[in-house]
Design a binder for this molecule. Structure first.
Ligand SMILES: [Mg+2]
Ligand SMILES: [Zn+2]
Length: 258
C-alpha cells in the first residue's frame, strides 16, 4: 500500500499548507499515520501510511467505479477530469439523475481517445451530493456511469479508467468532497501517478481549488456552468491556470505543453 515520505520546509507556508491539507484529508478517510522527526525549522521525515488500523467511524470513502481497462498501456501517466461540464453537459441547479439527461459535450469523447493514444489514462473526479441528499441511488449513479463510459467508447474508442465520486453532503465534512483533495489522493494511491505531472481539467472554481490543494496542475474549461464567473473577472485560485474552451482544447494544451 502507499507510503510516501517527504521533506517539508516549515518556513515555507505554501509547503506547510499542502502538508496539512493532505494530512487532514487522509486522516478523515482513516488512512493516516503520521510520523515525524523534527529538526529546527524542518520536518525531515514525514510518512503517510495507508493503514488498516484507523478507527472505523472515521472512514467515509468516495464511491469508486473502475472500468477494467489496462493501466499498463498508460505509459505517460494519467489525466484527471471533472465530469459534469467537462465530459457531459452540466445541469444548472440540478444533477444528471436520468439517462435522458446525459449529453456528451462536443469533442469530449474524441479528446478521451486522443489522451489514450498519447499514452494517458483518464480518471474522473466528481462530486455527486445528489446521492447523499437521497435524490439518486448508488445503483443509479453506477448506471449513469456505465452509460457515459459506453457512449464515449462507442463514439471514439476512448476509455476511462475509473470514476471517483463523493456522494456525501457538504455538512458531512468528508475528505473527498471537492475542494478537498481526498479523491485525487485516493486515485493516486491506486494508480500511482505523480501529482505534479497529472493535470486536473475542470469547469468550476472548486475544481481549481481542488487541484491547488492536491498539488496538481489545473486547466480551466469554459464549457461548464462557471464561465460567467470568469468572464465577470473573478480571479482564478492560481492566476497562471490555462483557460481553454473545452476538453478537446485542454487535451491539446496538455499534450503540446513542452
Ligand atoms: Mg463540473
Ligand atoms: Zn465525500
Amino acid at each position: 500500500m502507499g507510503l510516501e515520505r517527504s521533506n517539508v520546509d516549515l518556513t515555507n507556508l505554501e509547503c506547510l499548507g499542502m502538508l496539512l491539507s493532505r494530512a487532514a484529508a487522509l486522516y478523515a478517510v482513516g488512512r493516516l499515520r503520521l510520523h515525524f522527526t523534527q529538526k529546527p525549522g524542518r520536518i525531515n521525515e514525514c510518512a503517510f501510511v495507508n493503514g488498516q488500523d484507523a478507527p472505523v467511524g472515521m472512514r467515509r470513502d468516495p464511491i469508486v467505479i473502475t472500468t477494467g481497462c489496462r493501466p499498463s498501456s498508460h505509459s505517460n501517466g494519467y489525466v484527471l477530469v471533472d465530469r459534469d461540464g467537462v465530459l457531459n453537459v452540466a445541469v444548472a441547479n440540478g444533477y444528471v439523475t436520468d439517462p435522458s439527461m446525459l449529453h456528451i459535450l462536443p469533442g469530449a469523447a474524441e479528446a478521451v481517445a486522443e489522451l489514450n493514444r498519447a499514452g494517458y489514462g483518464v480518471i474522473v473526479i466528481s462530486n455527486q451530493q445528489c446521492v447523499g441528499k437521497g435524490l439518486f441511488s448508488r445503483d443509479g449513479l453506477r448506471q449513469i456511469t456505465e452509460r457515459l463510459r459506453d457512449r464515449i467508447r462507442d463514439a471514439s474508442g476512448g476509455e476511462i479508467d475509473a470514476f471517483y465520486y463523493c456522494p456525501h453532503l457538504r455538512e458531512e465534512r468528508c475528505a473527498c468532497r471537492k475542494p478537498s483533495p481526498g479523491m485525487i489522493f485516493a486515485a493516486q494511491d491506486r494508480f500511482g501517478f505523480d501529482l505534479a505531472e497529472t493535470p486536473f481539467i475542470g469547469d468550476s472554481y472548486t475544481d481549481l481549488e481542488t487541484a491547488k490543494a492536491a498539488g496538481t496542475p489545473a486547466i480551466f474549461t469554459l464549457c461548464g456552468l462557471e464561465a460567467e464567473r470568469y468572464h465577470a473577472g473573478e480571479p482564478l485560485p492560481v492566476a497562471s491556470t490555462p483557460v481553454v474552451a473545452d476538453l478537446a482544447e485542454a487535451v491539446g494544451h496538455w499534450l503540446r505543453r513542452r
